[in-house]
Design a protein around this ligand. Structure first.
Ligand code: CAA
Ligand code: FAD
Length: 380
């Protein structure tokens, strides 16, 4: 067993770290306050190759492994989790989904633009009545021969307003249940496709989350992904990889908050000494660091499983479950270590605490991860 990162991995990690400090940190508080999408920063991340990291270079991607991706996600998330969720959705849901299951024509037409960041993607599974219970799709895609007619509502869609291309899951044949679900590529601007208002959120406020409405949207048959009825499996398989990205995001949020708390504890004095010399604070740091290391091992193991071609449904669920819980616990403690300063925006930890919460909810809540893990255990 070798825990050493390669030269290439270290370079990618450092590039992401440098970018986050130079380009994401300035303005991160303002974007959070204003709920402002990081348009310029996303453009630069596209130019640097962060939006299609694992995509085959023949489609414009970086051809990197999942380890590289999680290293970058951790570094970006230490500073700006709003920017990192945009990266995560584009890389591990949209690009991965198209690369793994799209047709050659779909890859040429859509993936090439998504991998370079020329276009941004969104992944649309959730509905008002189908969140955790994802097979209960109400959105319909009626087969009309050479096209489908799409009707329904998707909600909570990340990149909802800023995306160009949307992977939309919909029910074609209700009698077949989840085996009658399909996935489609829908372009912004098509007749009947309407982007609803932006959600006003607790955290990741720089990312734009929207409801989407589809009213008799005509989708050409060549925009269906995979065989008829593959849509639910497409969503599940894609989400297994997506969860590695969100686990890495949670890890980064925790690590970012920990580093701020550690540094603060070395300069803030109380009772005549730096607060890190009080055992209560030093032990908090020890607990935070231990949980972060444990999360990092789970995240790396899930990424490694994916790179090795192993099944990663359980390892990605375990990584997300544990890293997101760690993100919550560590960010709360980071605020505590900062005392009153932790409660104000300029010290960053309150934002990281707000951002941490979403990692326990999206791409499958913690309860859903436990369903995936326990079913996997019992099946084995
Ligand atoms: N790979 C392949 N197939 C899978 C699979 C996987 N990982 N998981 C399930 N399936 C298949 C099953 O084999 C089954 O097919 P067959 O009957 O043909 O065998 C079918 O899918 C249905 O599976 P279940 O019976 O297990 O379905 P269920 O109704 O019990 O639900 C669930 C399972 C795991 C709870 C699933 O509904 C789920 O993951 N829910 C959470 C949804 C979610 O994560 N949403 C995230 C939206 S995207 C997002 O959030 C992005 C963002 O924020 C940034
Ligand atoms: P519900 O499913 O109603 O769950 C409510 C509670 O009940 C949760 O605690 C849940 O864990 C629990 N629960 C439900 N079923 C069970 C069960 N069987 N056993 C135990 N507990 C259970 N979706 C997308 O498709 N694309 C996106 O880009 C996207 N981005 C998002 C961005 C944000 C900011 C948010 C908030 C959500 C986003 N989502 C997205 C939706 C997200 O995936 C769902 O919110 C999530 O899957 C939970 O679904 P729900 O909100 O309907 O909660």
């Amino acid at each position: 067993m070798d825990f050493t990162l390669s030269e290439e991995h270290l370079m990618i990690r450092d590039a992401a770290r440098d970018f986050a400090k130079a380009e994401l940190l300035p303005g991160v508080i303002e974007r959070d306050n204003k709920q402002e999408f990081p348009t310029e920063q996303v453009k630069k991340m596209g130019e640097l190759g962060f939006l299609g990291m694992m995509v085959d270079p023949k489609y414009g991607g970086g051809g990197m492994d999942t380890i590289s991706y999680v290293l970058a996600m951790e570094e970006l998330s230490k500073i700006d989790a709003s920017a990192s969720v945009i990266v995560s959705v584009n890389n591990s849901l949209v690009c991965y989904g198209l690369q793994a299951y799209g047709s050659e024509e779909q890859k040429q037409k859509y993936l090439t633009k998504l991998a370079t960041g020329e276009s941004i993607g969104a992944f649309c599974l959730s509905e008002p009545e189908a969140g955790s219970d994802a097979t209960s799709q109400k959105t319909t895609a009626i087969d009309k021969g050479d096209h489908y007619i799409l009707n329904g509502t998707k909600n909570w869609i990340t990149n909802g307003g800023s995306a160009d291309y949307y992977l939309v899951i919909a029910q074609t044949d209700r009698e077949k249940g989840h085996r009658g679900i399909n996935a489609f590529i829908v372009e912004k601007g098509w007749d009947g496709f309407e982007v609803g208002p932006k959600e006003d959120k607790l955290g990741i406020r720089g990312s734009d989350t929207h409801t989407l409405n589809f009213n008799d949207v005509k989708v050409p048959k060549e925009n269906r992904i995979g065989e008829d009825g593959f849509g639910f499996k497409f969503a599940m398989k894609t989400l297994s990889g997506g969860r590695i990205g969100i686990a890495a995001q949670a890890l980064g949020i925790a690590a970012g908050a920990y580093e701020l708390a550690r540094d603060y504890s070395k300069i803030r004095k109380a009772f005549g000494t730096e607060i890190c010399n009080h055992q209560a604070i030093a032990f908090k740091l020890a607990d935070m660091h231990t949980k972060i290391e444990a999360s990092r091992h789970l995240v790396m193991k899930a990424a490694w499983d994916k790179d090795q071609g192993n099944n990663y449904d359980m390892s990605s669920a375990m990584a997300k479950l544990y890293a997101s819980q760690t993100a919550m616990e560590v960010t709360v403690e980071a605020v505590q270590v900062h005392g009153g300063n932790g409660f104000v925006k300029e010290y960053h930890v309150e934002r990281l605490m707000r951002d941490a919460k979403i990692t326990q909810i999206y791409e499958g809540t913690s309860e859903i991860q436990k369903i995936v893990i326990s079913r996997g255990l019992l099946r084995d």
